[in-house]
Design a protein around this ligand. Sequence first.
Ligand code: ATR
Length: 277
Amino acid sequence: MIDRYAVIGNPISHSKSPLIHTGFAHDSGQAMSYTTLEGPLGQFAATVNQFRAEGGKGLNVTVPFKLDACAYATDLADSARSAGAANALKFEGDRCYAENFDGVGLVRDITHNLGHALRGQRVLLLGAGGATRGAVLPILQQSPARLFIANRTVAKAQDLVAEFLAHGTSAVLEGGGYGDLGAAEVFDVVINATSASLGAELPPLPASAFAAEGLAYDMVYGKGLTPFLQLAQHSGVAHLADGVGMLVEQAAEAFAWWRGVRPETRCMIERISVPLQ
Ligand code: ATR
């Protein structure tokens, strides 16, 4: 019987993960299957138990189950613990290992695929939800000059920063509201980790926050020029990107973790990219 993997979520039919992982398996000669698994709400553990009983080896986890995945796992990697959420599970006997590869996928896309080093850069992260949580440590590991987390609900950004600082993370980390971004303050890299783009909304970000030679990165993918990317474009930002590379890179990290082989990502990113227009 070949090894079975899947992505669990609800809804899940839109997921690009089966396309990505079957492509990786084909390219790297791995005998495995990868499907979608729609988990009924409130029945994450029962659904995963059944998948394991049928020989499942690992799962990617998406909305709304990333917190459930953390609670379910027996062994949490630092990435999952600090994010409070897991996006990949691996089953070995009665153990369930949990990782969160979203942040590392983001950083690899920015630094490796887009060629934009984060070292010494002024980075602005918009939002204070799960997507931001996963990104904080991998960004700090790149030694930026500054990492500011801005959120609509100011206390949430402040609490998040306090939580990371309490665990000894770098003093370059700060948080606040959009109103705390001074008119003169400019960021080399602005990352939209809010869910605003999903509803074609724009976080209340001053256009002056973008450095002209900088990078504006929207974590959503396949939506073309989101209102956030349009604002960046109108502000004259040199480099715009959506989250398609992050999606493929986090998938590659999970694939390597499960199979011991790191797949090539560039062709896959090109294959599923939607032009930014
Ligand atoms: P995720 O797990 O995808 O990060 P989440 O935990 O629901 O999702 O967080 C969504 C984030 O997007 C929050 O930071 C939210 O801001 P609030 O904390 O103030 O709710 C942010 N967000 C959503 N819509 C937004 C909008 N239109 N403008 C600005 N921020 C928005």
